[in-house]
Design a protein around this ligand. Structure first.
Ligand code: CDP
Ligand code: MG
Length: 152
């Protein structure tokens, strides 16, 4: 079982797409184990996007990601890191395949609605940036036996 840090970015919140996007994860039997609405500070943005801090487009990204609240979530499931990245689609909404979240709702390279961790190490680092251990909920999801077989 894997976990991934998902952010519904400021464009998603402002465009009233929170429910629409979360419903896709729910329909896919991906479990939400933590969730909160927060305002990202410039400091947190630099930590989150450390790999991009020196890029010429980073100042624009920081202004965007700190410009309105985000919904931060930890999701859990089998192969959830890869599955969620595939549900998001390519970074640029103009290149993302139809049927993906970015392909269906974004026409932008920057304003692409959702962030998701891109690997196991990134997921650990990013979950720690946004959540304390006590904020992660352990609970039995009642419908799991109707979403997959016991040996999967
Ligand atoms: O989010 P993803 O991992 O698909 O893409 P990334 O290449 O790691 O870039 C992180 C985020 O920076 C993107 O999701 C865009 O919001 C933003 N970005 C941007 O503003 N301008 C670019 N030229 C590339 C990415
Ligand atoms: Mg990335």
């Amino acid at each position: 079982m894997e976990r991934s840090l998902v952010l519904l970015k400021p464009d998603c919140v402002q465009r009233r797409l929170i429910g629409t996007i979360i419903s896709r994860f729910e329909a896919k039997a991906i479990d939400i184990v933590a969730m909160k609405l927060i305002q990202i500070s410039p400091d947190l943005a630099k930590q989150h996007y450390a790999e991009h801090c020196e890029k010429p487009w980073y100042p624009g990204l920081e202004a965007f990601i700190t410009g309105a609240p985000v919904v931060a979530m930890v999701v859990q499931g089998l192969d959830v890191i890869r599955v969620v990245r595939e549900m998001l689609g390519a970074t640029n909404g103009l290149e993302a395949a139809p049927g993906t979240i970015r392909g269906d709702f974004s026409s932008s390279r920057q304003m692409n609605l959702v962030h998701a961790s891109d690997g196991v190490e990134a997921s650990k680092r990013e979950i720690d940036l946004y959540f304390s251990d006590s904020e992660l909920c352990a609970y039995d999801v009642a419908l799991t036996p109707w979403f997959r077989a016991e040996d999967e």
